[in-house]
Design a protein around this ligand. Structure first.
Ligand code: BG6
Length: 442
């Protein structure tokens, strides 16, 4: 919010923080300043900070709906003209409905939009029920189910890359693509989030949300336009065609030492790692495996999508020439903030004979001078929600279908296997992907 306000995207606003903590406005300002100092990618201008900090107010939950309404009324009275409200529910699934009810009791529904954080529900039944309860208070066009991976520049670049060029779309299918990997290992541990993480785990925290949404962008058909409804419809068609996640196609892991982290059950069964194979049973993708992996305390922090091309029908290169030795040719999207895209292929190594090496063509956002224009994922999405643009948000139907696809796994999860912090996960991830191999580490 500080960046959006200080760079002029939001001309005037008031921000009211609400939580269980017994803070006051100065307490919130202190937290905000520390967060900006720690995480801001821009240098903080003190005049901007002074102006921004004056927009911050705080109401503890314990003060109740009447105090919240009074704070909102006072904030609105200090702004010229009629204002709009954006409620951002950055709360775990169990607190989502109580927060919505609080807004209803406070009379803060009209002129309002609401952003719901992921995970939306914890399984199919809870997501269906949450949508139904939510619709009793807010109309669908007021609801923004956020998934910050879709706000990443590189994720949106998948759409530009696929549909603004003639080169790749003709081969973007089962006839040319052998398999797809969506791989998001993290070096991060739990931080201060053990309470949230214990109840959530890697599948709900990352896969049913971020990784499946990215899969939607990779696999969807061309929408009729870039409007929200056609994009959601094409993504939802992918989700409808997804086969259910079979427990035998899943590796759940937990890093050694997780059970002794503060706030973690010493017998916890929560997975801190997950790798799975899934498929999309439609004309474009039938038979093409999609491999997804993510986890905490792994060897490297990466966010890549890699499409491996099929082998050529016949190889005339002699054994030992190096062809295929470094895996198939690939197209790889790197979802980092400074995103990259690379096409790896075999080419001739200079000198006598025919020795082949893996080469690559790359686009790196760093080299373009565009990097200063990048809005962080949450900045982009909050701005879109303020403008009422649903394009990069999820629909009730899409989310419910993803929970439905996950039912067999959630009902019979395979046991967690231990892995060493700093590794790439349990050893069985190699059997899961065989005869292919994980693209990472590069
Ligand atoms: C969040 C998850 O949604 O995404 C975290 O709750 C995870 O566990 C994070 O670390 C990853 O986001 P990013 O943008 O840093 O890749």
């Amino acid at each position: 919010m500080f960046h959006l306000v200080s760079s002029g995207f939001i001309p005037a606003c008031r921000i009211i923080g609400v939580s269980l903590d017994e803070l006051d406005a100065d307490g919130l300002r202190k937290i905000a300043r520390e967060a900006i100092d720690q995480f801001s990618s821009h240098k903080v201008n003190e005049a901007d900070w002074t102006a921004f900090s004056a927009t911050l107010e705080y109401v503890p939950m314990s003060a109740g709906p009447v105090a919240l309404k009074a704070a909102v009324d006072a904030a609105e009275a200090s702004l010229a003209g009629e204002s709009r409200r954006l409620h951002y529910l950055s709360v775990p699934p169990v607190a989502a409905l109580p927060a919505v009810r609080l807004l209803a009791e406070a009379g803060l529904v009209d002129r309002s939009r609401v952003i719901m954080e992921k995970p939306f529900g914890t399984d199919f039944a809870s997501a269906v029920s949450l949508n139904a309860r939510l619709h009793e208070v807010f109309a669908e066009e007021q609801i923004f189910r956020i998934d910050h991976f879709l706000g990443k520049e590189a994720a949106q670049n998948i759409l530009a890359f696929r549909f603004a060029n003639g080169l790749f779309e003709p081969i973007w299918n089962r006839n040319f693509i052998d398999h797809v990997q969506i791989d998001v290992p993290e070096t991060l541990g739990l931080g201060t989030r053990s309470g949230f993480y214990e109840a959530t785990g890697a599948f709900r925290d990352m896969v049913v949300t971020h990784l499946f949404q990215i899969l939607g962008f990779v696999a969807m058909e061309a929408p009729t336009s870039l409007e929200p409804a056609p994009i959601s419809e094409e993504k939802n068609k992918v989700f409808r065609s997804m086969s259910v996640i079979e427990p035998r196609n899943v590796v759940r892991g937990q890093y050694a030492g997780y059970r002794s982290e503060p706030g973690v059950d010493p017998e916890s069964d929560t997975e801190t790692f997950i790798a799975l194979k899934c498929g999309i049973d439609n004309w474009r993708w039938a038979g093409v495996p999609f491999y997804l992996r993510t986890g905490k305390r792994l060897a490297e922090g990466q966010r890549i999508i890699s499409l491996a091309f099929r082998e050529p029908p016949k190889s005339m290169f002699p054994a030992g020439s190096g062809v295929g030795a470094q895996g198939p040719d690939h197209l790889t999207f790197d979802l980092a903030d400074a995103s990259k895209l690379s096409l790896s292929f075999y080419g001739k190594h200079p000198g006598p004979g025919m020795r082949l090496d893996k080469l690559s063509m790359q686009f790196a956002m760093h080299d373009t001078g565009w990097i200063g224009d990048v809005l962080e994922a949450y900045e982009r999405l909050i701005l879109d929600a303020m403008r009422g643009d649903h394009t990069l948000f999820n629909t009730a139907e899409g989310i419910e279908r993803l929970w439905q696809v996950s039912l067999p796994l959630l009902e019979s999860p395979p046991p967690v296997r231990l892995y060493q912090p700093g590794s790439w996960g349990p050893m069985s991830i190699h059997q899961l992907i065989a005869p292919h191999a994980w693209r990472l580490p590069f």
